[in-house]
Design a protein. Structure first.
Lengths: 439, 331
């Protein structure tokens, strides 16, 4: 009888985020932090310290070839320089620092005073010194395949006051609680890039606040709380009026997309107050009455962040870094958490996918796809290795929003298949796609 | 750069944590079995009406069909293992769809042959659920109708019923005596299933309830039945206006035989219908037009099987009508 009743019900779209705690809690310094050095496609730091050296919180421990810095987020001794798997499953070199409770560096020791926002060169240099996510925001040059290339100047800045995942609340909490500081940051960006068009995305429920604080400083875009309307690439497309191909970075088209958190960090960096060594993150999911937002030192382990809120990784079947739609499940509780915005905890026995489920061509994936890929056809072709004919269906347009996998009644690994196809196309032996080139 | 020492990641604390995954960590679906169970639930009203009307004879048809279909499915799974498992309920659903269209007095061997053609020839040979080009139940029905036309006679099957209605299939009477046949039937009787048809496909109202249930759960899309009904009514109206002596009124076509059953349960089969919305509508439209043409201009009284099979073959072509992929590169 219960099974019959279950058939009559539709499952809810996503487990709803019933309530959240608006207070951002501070996580204490962990015993050790692991600072990864490689962010593929974005930046690669080279270590400037050696094993055994003592470092202080705020001290530069890695520098990229363009002068971007990464910092010790706690005071301590460099235990070793090794490699780790990051939360995104990237094998990266990393610096391990053991906490010894030493004195942090004072802001005066790190920076020499504030910089003026109309001095563009000084601001970019300061953002690099302060580790504010620089290569994909404002800098004018980037490394690509070992070559320095000049990027087009920034014509559009999109500041995301809403993260695409509905379970990640960092941006909207910061926007709400530090509205004046965000407005200050917007003013500085306006001075810095006078010709640029500046957008700010705001969640629906903060409309009145945003209109009173930010009107005139940025064009506002209000986003509903449903996931499909928040997918970042779709929002950016809507705001720009044109589409950036999924395999190209925004920055190579003169568009800077940055989070509210980085706007706040930019203000701090320009005032010479602090480098970017702490990050906010929302913990939500099973076993939590309210979603909790915490601020943690970069490089803390998953275990440490959860333990600070009284949670144990072993209580869950799958801790996911990121949100439920595009996050990565972790197999180790020692994964260092760095530029991640959320942790989503899953307690029940969820199968990620059914590897042998046949596709029945119901076409829900195709109807839900935001970029109109014929997913039902494509995933079957990939499944049976027909990559040549799969190419005609444009798998490269996929930005892996996960909607197809969400709606698939057979629980097929659709996103994984599409990802595999795109990976084969770019890195595989059979095909070699270059940017805009021929196979 | 300093030489980096590669070390092993610490061993996972728990075997469950080895479950590394990307993509959505939440899924709305829970297996194909659930879809097929929902379809079976949608067939319940018509089944109940049929059992209420015909008694144990209807139960015998449903039971034997399910038994044979599942048995064939199990044998096929044993001999040629594939990913189409018996546990996904697809053979149960197909068996019920076939049983709906069989005459009430079908002998056991007819059902055995029907299930063989449906499960083995229609489904398993093509690779199981999701791979067949034509709806297996309809394919099987077409084979049965061609092979044993005398046994597939609904009028003979129901000759012992004492209903106060004309005991001939409405469409067959229309074929033999022209439009005047229409006056022998009340639309109210047709709607409530008091008409000569298969075991349960003539229970028009109850089939409609099941179809609306599927629509409500979004198991099927409204475009397909809507296109079908529009196509059928439009063609029937036009032909009725042009040839009033051979073509009955459109509502007569809609309510007689398994027309609505076809629109809601046979055409909408996931595997054999298009997936995009416009092609779905066109698919339904074409099916409606074809059905009226077959009924009007061929020797078949009720051309459901042939209309469904013909449009099923057009389904891949129709899915070529699709929106342009956004953000596709020219590679």
């Amino acid at each position: 009888m219960q099974g019959l009743l279950k058939l009559l019900k539709k499952k809810p779209m996503l487990p709803s985020l019933s309530s959240h705690d608006p207070v951002i809690r501070q996580v204490e310094d962990p015993d050790h932090v692991v600072i990864p050095l490689d962010y593929p496609g974005l930046v690669r730091y080279l270590p400037t310290v050696e094993a055994g050296e003592s470092v202080r919180r705020g001290q530069v421990i890695g520098k990229s070839r363009l002068g971007n810095c990464t910092f010790a987020s706690i005071s301590g001794k460099v235990k070793e320089i090794t490699t780790v798997w990051t939360a995104q499953s990237v094998h990266s070199p990393a610096i391990v620092i053991e906490n010894n409770g030493g004195q942090p560096m004072a802001p005066e020791e790190i920076f020499d005073g504030p910089v003026r926002s109309d001095d563009k060169v000084a601001v970019v240099a300061r953002m690099r010194e302060a580790g504010v996510n620089p290569p994909w925001t404002f800098s004018g040059r980037d490394y690509k395949d070992g070559e320095i290339e000049d990027l087009p100047s920034v014509k559009t800045v999109i500041i995301t006051g809403v993260r695409q995942e509905t379970t990640i609340l960092t941006s909207q909490l910061l926007l709400e609680q530090h509205a004046d500081k965000v407005a200050d940051g917007l003013k500085r960006i306006n001075t810095l890039l006078p010709e640029a068009r500046i957008w700010l995305t705001v969640p629906d429920h903060l409309q009145s606040l945003a209109e009173s604080k930010f009107s005139g400083l940025a064009e506002l875009a209000f986003l509903p709380s449903k996931y499909p309307a928040r997918i970042e690439r779709e929002v950016v497309t809507r705001l720009l009026g044109r589409r950036i191909p999924s395999r190209e970075s925004y920055r190579s088209h003169g568009i800077a997309v940055m989070d509210v958190e980085y706007v706040l960090a930019t203000v701090d960096a320009m005032d010479g107050l602090s480098p970017f060594i702490q990050k906010c993150l929302t913990i939500s999911g099973a076993g939590l009455e309210k979603a909790v937002t915490v601020r943690f030192p970069l490089g803390s382990s998953l275990k440490h962040i959860l333990a600070s809120q009284g949670l144990k990784v072993s209580d869950y079947t799958r801790p996911v870094v990121g949100g439920p739609m595009m996050g990565f499940a972790q197999y180790s509780e020692l994964t260092p958490i760095t530029y991640n915005n959320g942790i989503f905890l899953i307690a029940e026995d969820v199968a990620p996918f059914d590897a042998i489920a046949p596709c029945i061509f119901c076409g829900r994936c195709t109807r839900v796809c935001p970029v109109n890929i014929q997913v039902h056809m494509l995933n079957r072709k990939i499944e049976f290795g027909q990559l040549e004919s799969a190419m005609e269906l444009h798998p490269e347009a996929c930005h892996e929003c996960g909607l197809c996998g969400l709606v698939c009644p057979a629980e097929r690994p659709i996103v994984q298949l599409l990802h595999f196809c795109n990976h084969e196309m770019t890195h595989g032996e059979r095909f070699n796609w270059t940017d805009g080139g021929n196979p | 750069m300093k030489e980096l020492k590669i070390v092993q990641q610490p061993t996972p604390t728990d075997a469950r944590m080895l479950d590394v995954a990307v993509g959505p960590h939440y899924r709305l679906g829970s297996g194909i079995a659930e879809i097929n169970q929902r379809w079976v639930v949608a067939l319940f009203p018509a089944m109940a009406a049929s059992v209420y009307t015909f008694g144990p004879a209807a139960l015998r048809i449903f039971g034997l069909c399910i038994f044979f279909a599942v048995a064939f499915d199990l044998v096929a799974e044993k001999l040629a293992p594939s990913r189409d498992l018996t546990s996904n309920w697809s053979s149960v659903l197909l068996a019920l769809l076939l049983a709906f269209m069989l005459p009430l007095n079908a002998p056991w061997w007819l059902m055995l042959m029907g299930c063989f053609f449906m499960v083995i020839v229609g489904k398993k040979i093509f690779g199981g659920v999701g791979s067949y080009p034509a709806q297996p139940a309809v394919l099987s029905l077409a084979i049965l109708q061609l092979s044993w036309p005398a046994r597939m006679d609904n009028t003979a099957a129901l000759k012992d019923m004492d209903w106060q209605v004309t005991m001939v299939e409405p469409l067959r009477l229309l074929k033999s005596m022209g439009v005047s046949a229409e006056s022998h039937y009340e639309w109210f009787d047709l709607l409530l299933g008091r008409q000569v048809a298969g075991t349960a496909d003539g229970m028009v109202l109850f089939v409609l309830i099941g179809g609306l249930f599927l629509l409500m759960l979004r198991e099927i899309q409204w475009q397909l039945p809507a296109g079908f009904i529009i196509g059928l009514l439009t063609t029937a109206t036009l032909l009725h206006l042009v040839h009033p002596e051979t073509f009955a009124s459109p509502m007569f076509y809609l309510l007689s035989g398994g027309t609505l059953f076809m629109g809601f349960f046979l055409l909408t089969d996931h595997t054999t219908s298009p997936v995009n919305r416009l092609p779905m509508f066109l698919f339904g439209l074409l099916a409606g037009v074809l059905l009226i043409l077959i009924r009007g201009y061929s020797n078949h009284a009720d051309g459901i099987a042939y209309a469904v099979l013909l449009v099923n073959l057009c389904s891949p072509l129709m899915d070529m009508i699709r929106a342009k992929v956004k953000g596709a590169e020219n590679v």
